[in-house]
Design a protein around this ligand. Structure first.
Ligand code: PEP
Length: 265
């Protein structure tokens, strides 16, 4: 069962090819390999191919930030999961910026999750409530709808490999970036796993990886990583800064090493 801590960098629509290559170089210098940590970089579509040649695959994996749900056809300007198959291991799907700015519906997200799996790319499904939904007490209903629809076409075998990232929209830097307390996130993680349990049973609920995202940086990462049932973090803004992002990976590194030391005592 793959339960390594997953640290994902979402570079969004930032960095041209040479800037991305420089950032990768800096991260390569600072990040050490740890058997229980997986570092995933999601650069722009344009940069995926050159980075795939440069990357040290023992240290990093690549993710797409988006793709079209059809495998091929007359969809001018789009790139399909089929085209990305040889380049990426993961795909971020249903990010709040896509749901809000590009009006991606629950059905579109569902179809992208299915297309990703069909093309052997692990979906990293983002879910999260907006500020208003949060204040009006609708968090659980919104997450329920996003999980049930996002997983509608996913088999019980495939769901265990998937990743769900809980990213409250109000905590993402783009939309206000209020810091969430780890103690407030823990019950939501339990709720997410319970939803998966209701749909697929206890084994899938245990095995699916659940991440946190929302203004995570090198100062706050450990608080989230220590939440029971947290399998990692999805990082936006801070992932563009090699000191901060490598600091987040170091936090995971230190936490795991301390746990190893304690279990040896
Ligand atoms: C994100 O966009 O997924 C994200 C978590 O962004 P930030 O870390 O900048 O809040």
């Amino acid at each position: 069962m793959n339960k390594r801590k997953l640290i994902v960098a979402n570079w969004k629509m930032n960095l041209n090819t040479s800037q991305a290559s420089m950032l990768l170089h800096r991260l390569h210098e600072r990040i050490r390999i740890h058997r229980d940590i997986e570092v995933v970089l999601a650069p722009s579509m344009l940069t995926l191919q050159p980075l795939s040649v440069q990357i040290d695959r023992r240290k990093f994996r690549l993710a797409a930030q988006n793709a079209h749900h059809k495998d091929e056809g007359a969809y001018t300007g789009e790139v399909s999961f089929t085209m990305l198959q040889d380049l990426v291991h993961y795909a971020i799907i249903g990010h709040s910026e896509r749901r809000i700015y590009f009006e991606e519906s629950l059905e579109t997200v569902r179809d992208k999750v299915a297309a990703s799996i069909r093309n052997d790319i692990t979906p990293l499904l983002c879910i999260g409530e907006t500020d208003i939904e949060h204040r009006e007490g609708q968090t659980r209903q919104v997450l329920h709808d996003q999980i049930v629809s996002g997983l509608a076409d996913v088999s019980s075998t495939d769901v265990k490999e998937m990743v769900i990232a809980y990213e409250p929209v109000w905590a993402i830097s783009t939309f206000g970036g209020k810091l969430a307390k780890p103690s407030d996130i823990k019950p939501i993680f339990d709720f997410i796993r319970n939803q998966v349990k209701d749909l697929y049973g206890p084994k899938a609920a245990k095995e699916i990886r659940v991440l946190y995202g929302g203004s995570v940086d090198d100062q706050t990462a450990r608080g989230y990583l220590e939440i029971e049932g947290c399998d990692g973090v999805l990082v936006g803004g801070a992932s563009l800064n090699y000191v901060k992002f490598s600091g987040i990976v170091s936090s995971a590194y230190r936490m795991l090493n301390e746990k190893d030391d304690q279990s040896e005592k």
